[in-house]
Ligand binder design. Structure first.
Ligand code: ADP
Ligand code: ZN
Length: 435
């Protein structure tokens, strides 16, 4: 079985990798300056010319791009080649507002698919494996990205797209799918459905899963691995860089290798924009190195993350990013305290509750209300009010210990919280309606 898809690149000594990055960066900056008026203006305002960029050590001179800029320049302001050279567009899921449109030449598609092929190989898949892809196909990058990667590796590709869970399971069983690709929340739903249908993990043909596109906790990973009898690999990406596969997990499962021959990662202080040293927590910023159609430089992702270049036992030399546990804009401020949904999920799953939960925030008499609806599993379900209420008080205490404020927990009957076949919606913030 192949260990790497592109061994010479994936295991390149860091010094050579950085030299390659420097060469590519100079070319990429020139390409952007010459072809993207919006960014040329930003560079001119910052007093930087392409000649000032001699290598990665000069990266900090370049101005940032944020989602705000992409919206300002919507839809073609960041397009760096004539439209007739493009072969495809995709768009973001619009999780946090207006969609962003990304353009691809054939070269851009190729490098993106290579990134996905690296991720698929790292998850232990090769020719002879059957990949069941139930990320959405269409404008969302999840489906098409892994689909292209799967072809490159030579796997049998099941282009299922999302939804129709019964049919997913029938194909999984009949065609003996060995690797499942979808969002972690959909994987949890598939696992739940399989269990209801009476399948035990040893009867499920899968050996691995490649799950991403949304934050998920370690606890959720363990629960999915156990219920499907697989090893679950994380994959990260964003439409603005290409799509899934910007970073992927190897067998060490201790962070995701960033494909540094195509993207440079930095961590900055989200307030001041200052570049932080390796190991600090901050906002992840990416610079494309060899994109043609939509090459973004120093793009602020709003994902909160930590980088580490410690050697990895898998032999890959590319830097690793910790699983991002939320975006700066996922962060809820409740009664003045910063809370991420992932912190709540960790408490729930650790205590044996399901990942089917919903957080509701509102404001009554000028103070924040904080309710969490958590679904009981069929095994936990009881109709004894006293028992339910004791469980609720216990969870309220555990969450208070984690985040410092108390929610009101409501345990609800199995199957009463909507499932997601794409990115799960965990938070309903009604306070925004009053603003
Ligand atoms: P949108 O911003 O509309 O959701 P995308 O579909 O391009 O658009 O999603 C990219 C975002 O999804 C990332 O910036 C990140 O917040 C999230 N994401 C992707 N993969 C992961 C992952 N493995 N873990 C956590 N978050 C992820
Ligand atoms: Zn590794």
């Amino acid at each position: 079985m192949k260990k790497y898809y592109q061994p010479e690149i994936e295991t390149m000594p860091r010094e050579a990798l950085q030299k390659l990055q420097s060469e590519k960066l100079c070319k990429q900056v020139k390409h952007v300056y010459e072809n993207v008026a919006y960014y040329r203006d930003l560079m001119d305002k910052a007093g930087v010319k392409p000649e000032d960029i001699h290598g990665i050590e000069d990266l900090h001179l370049l101005p940032f791009i944020s989602k705000y800029d992409l919206r300002e320049a919507y839809p073609t302001g960041f397009l760096a080649v004539p439209k007739e050279r493009c072969v495809r567009v995709h768009s973001t899921s619009g999780t946090t507002g207006k969609r962003v449109i990304a353009y691809y030449t054939q070269h851009d598609i190729d490098l993106w698919e290579d990134c996905c092929a690296r991720a698929i190989t790292a998850a232990g898949a090769d020719k002879g494996d059957t990949l069941q892809i139930c990320y959405g196909y269409g404008l969302f990058t999840g489906g098409m990205g892994l689909h292209g990667g799967s072809h490159k590796v030579g796997c049998m590709t099941l282009p299922m797209s999302s939804g129709n869970t019964e049919r997913q399971i029938q194909f999984m069983m009949d065609l003996e799918a060995s690797v499942l690709c979808c969002t972690p929340s959909y994987a949890a739903y598939i696992a739940e459905t399989l269990k209801e249908m009476g399948y035990t993990p040893d009867k499920i043909p899968l050996k691995a899963g490649i799950f991403g596109a949304e934050p998920w906790t370690r606890e959720m990973r363990e629960s999915i691995e156990k219920s499907l009898g697989i090893k679950a690999y994380d994959i990260y990406g964003l439409t603005e860089m290409s799509g899934p596969g910007v970073a992927f997990e190897c067998e060490a499962q201790s962070g995701m290798h960033i494909n540094e021959d195509h993207f440079i990662a930095e961590i900055i202080d989200p307030q001041t924009g200052e570049v932080l040293p390796e190991g600090s927590e901050g906002e992840l910023v990416f610079t494309c190195l060899d994109k043609e159609a939509f090459p973004l430089l120093r793009y602020r992702t709003r994902d909160i993350c930590i980088l580490s270049s410690e050697p990895c036992p898998c032999g890959r030399t590319h830097i690793k990013m910790r699983k991002p546990m939320g975006r700066s804009d996922d962060m809820m401020i409740i009664r003045g305290v910063n809370v991420f949904p992932s912190q709540i999920e960790a408490v729930l799953v650790k205590r044996g509750y399901s990942t089917n939960y919903r957080i509701e925030l509102d404001r009554v008499n000028n103070s924040d209300t904080f309710d969490i609806y958590v679904e009981l599993t069929p095994e936990q379900f009881t109709d004894t009010v006293r028992e339910i209420s004791a469980m609720e008080r216990f969870l309220e205490g555990a969450i208070h210990t984690m985040i410092g404020i108390s929610p009101k927990v409501h345990l609800v009957a199995p199957k009463t919280i909507d499932r997601s076949d794409g990115k799960a919606v965990r938070v309903v913030d009604k306070r925004k309606l009053h603003d």
